[in-house]
Ligand binder design. Structure first.
Ligand SMILES: Cc1cc2nc3c(=O)[nH]c(=O)nc-3n(C[C@H](O)[C@H](O)[C@H](O)COP(=O)(O)O)c2cc1C
Length: 167
């Protein structure tokens, strides 16, 4: 296989940008910007997310057995960069962001357009990221969306010419 071709062709896959959050109830809170996300079934509503196995987020999501995906708005590029780094909770804020606890206990960011909460239904343990399958058990629309919902969210290509995760 040609390594350059592999990298370029895999980078043709378009992605949205999300903040994955979880709370294991034992003082561990995860919050990480992720892009390897898609819906994978209507009934039950399933989503999948690829999570790095050596990350704090993987540890917390697997312990919590629940997680949330916070959808970032088109204008929330700075938020994406905030959660590329490990998160901290201080003064009741998550890396400086206001949040509330969702049904699963996962932090739901107040300033994002929407979020879904999931119960971990399965984990596919292949490669350096495992595919976590989540059944959507709650959804939060924080603000009304006009037009296509998928036009309202931040995408990988909005992060600049040199930001990729994939290839
Ligand atoms: C553009 C970009 C996209 C990312 N997408 C993912 C992803 O889909 N899955 C993942 O596990 N990590 C992804 N990361 C890495 C996480 O953001 C990073 O490992 C995490 O914030 C570290 O915090 P943690 O160790 O507390 O989980 C991505 C990083 C960048 C720069």
């Amino acid at each position: 296989m040609n390594a350059d071709a592999k990298k370029t062709v895999l980078r043709m896959i378009p992605y949205g940008i999300y903040v994955l959050t979880a709370d294991d109830g034992n003082g561990n809170i995860a919050a990480a910007t992720v892009n390897w996300v898609t819906q994978s079934a209507f009934a039950p509503p399933l989503v999948v997310v690829g999570i790095k196995t050596d990350s704090g987020s993987y540890k917390t999501v697997t312990a919590a057995k629940t997680f949330a995906l916070n959808m970032l708005g088109k204008d929330q590029k700075a938020l994406a960069f905030t959660f590329f780094r490990p998160a901290d909770v201080s003064d009741g804020k998550l890396s400086g962001q206001s949040f509330r606890k969702g049904t699963t206990g996962a932090p739901i960011l107040i300033d994002v357009p929407g979020a879904v909460e999931c119960r971990v239904a399965a984990i596919v343990e292949q490669g350096d990221h495992h595919i976590v399958v989540g059944e959507v058990i709650d959804a939060h629309l924080n603000r009304a969306v006009s037009g296509r919902p998928d036009a309202a969210i931040l995408e990988m290509k909005d992060l600049g010419d040199n930001v990729f995760y994939g290839g």
